[in-house]
Design a binder for this molecule. Structure first.
Ligand code: SF4
Length: 435
């Protein structure tokens, strides 16, 4: 950390964890600037005298990263580089009482629903008139849109409801307003995020209202891609697929974490479904949208998972041929239902199972990518790296999915769409010629 003098009253926001946390940091940034407070996000030159760390408390690695970041800034405070260190987000929500004792040099701790109190601490007031406005911290041509907060699901391994509370849908008017403002500022791709996006509306409108929301957002001028993340399999609203089929600017893409492929483990996980029902759902989704790209995430090593259960998951992945797959090792999280079970799968075995699943997926991904050779796709140009332009098709979400390495005679503008013909493929990337 460079030892530069601090500039008076500048706030540096540091974000850890998921895209939902990033949106919270962007909302904080927008509110601070709306109060004429000098604020920045992830400033590298450390010229801020106040640091707000928006933490993640999901699983072990993420928690450790949050604690390391807090300690780094507490050290910076000792060295006089920063004056105030404030901590917010999931880790703070979950472990505030312990952390206050363990890291007393932090000036104050805030929860995940403490924006007003945090703003007060920073000599700012919450401005309602800024609802629907958001300063983006990633390239402005794509933006995450958080459609709800919290979760009502009982998944046995998950600590998120402990940190984010009960499910609260954001009013549709507010979301449409935010989408319009983002589009006015150049956003072309909206990524819909939540803990459980398919639950949208059940609290506020007493019905699943995701399909209606998708259509309203699809009507927003300038939005060319709408991408659906964090769907939940049980009670999946098929009318959302009708909206997807009907509207060209709703990506034929679905992120639906399924967590496991064995019925016995799905029941231990309290996912409210079975392997058979999951496979039937995947089949009906593909029937409705044949070209859809399906992303999922799985957990290996949940308490009680035997070699037999794991082999069931392997055959589930083999049969389901997901377009995109992420696999995590089970993390034994206090105060979750699974914590009452014995964490009986050794870490080494957990990791071996993750590696075997990813190896299987690499083969599937390579086959699926090779089938794209010779075809032309609409590609969103995301960035330039070592002189090469890199983009994504509608089947790829930023930061987690495949990328398209573009070969172009012309100079391309970031955030533009181009047509590109695939010339070759690897497991996780496509090479394409801009036409
Ligand atoms: S739906 Fe997702 S966030 Fe909600 S409890 Fe289950 S795993 Fe956790």
């Amino acid at each position: 950390m460079k030892t530069k003098g601090s500039r008076k009253n500048k706030v540096n926001i540091v974000t850890l964890g998921c895209s939902k946390n990033l949106v919270d940091s962007e909302v904080l940034l927008t509110q601070l600037r709306g109060n004429q407070i000098d604020a920045t996000h992830e400033s590298k030159n450390d010229d801020a005298n106040i640091v707000v760390i928006n933490t993640c408390g999901f699983i072990d690695n993420a928690k450790q990263e949050s604690i390391d970041t807090i300690l780094r800034y507490v050290d910076a405070k000792e060295e006089g580089i920063v004056e105030k260190v404030y901590v917010t987000g999931c880790l703070s929500q979950r472990y505030k009482d312990d952390l206050e004792k363990e890291i007393p040099k932090v000036d104050a701790w805030f929860g995940t629903r403490d924006l007003s109190r945090l703003l007060k601490q920073l000599n700012a007031n919450y401005k309602h008139e800024l609802v629907g406005e958001r300063i983006l911290t990633n390239p402005s041509h794509f933006a995450y849109l958080k459609i709800s907060e919290g979760c009502d699901r009982p998944c046995s391994f998950c600590a998120i409801p402990l940190m984010r509370g009960k499910h609260i849908s954001r009013p549709m008017e507010e979301l449409v307003l935010e989408a319009k403002n983002l589009a006015k500022n150049g956003t072309k791709e909206l990524l819909l995020i939540a803990q459980d996006s398919t639950y949208y509306g059940l609290d506020l409108y007493k019905k699943r209202n995701l399909a209606e929301l998708l259509k309203r957002l699809s009507d927003v001028e300038g939005i060319e891609w709408i991408r659906l993340h964090y769907a939940f399999p049980t009670g999946f609203p098929m009318d959302a697929l009708d909206a997807m089929a009907e509207r060209k600017n709703i990506c034929k893409y679905l992120d639906i974490p399924l967590q496991h492929g064995s019925t016995e483990i799905l029941q231990l996980m309290r996912r409210g479904t079975t392997r058979e029902k999951t496979e039937a759902l995947l089949e009906s989704i593909r029937e409705r949208i044949p070209e859809i790209a399906i992303r999922t995430t799985l957990i290996a090593g949940h308490p009680g998972e035997t070699q037999k259960h794991f082999e069931e998951m392997m055959s589930f992945v083999e049969r389901s041929r997901f377009d995109r797959l992420g696999v995590f090792t089970y993390s034994h999280e206090e105060n979750t239902h699974s914590y009452s079970m014995k964490d009986d799968v050794p870490d080494k075995v957990k990791q071996e199972r993750v590696d075997r699943l990813m190896e299987l997926q690499e083969g599937i991904s390579l086959e699926l990518n090779r089938a794209k050779i010779g075809k032309t796709y609409k590609v969103l140009v995301d960035r330039k790296e070592e002189g090469v332009f890199i983009g994504r098709t509608e089947y790829d979400s930023p930061e987690v999915d495949n990328e398209v390495i573009l070969n172009s005679k012309d100079y391309l503008r970031l955030g533009d769409f181009v047509e590109a013909k695939v010339t070759s493929a690897t497991e996780f990337d496509l090479n394409a010629e801009v036409t």
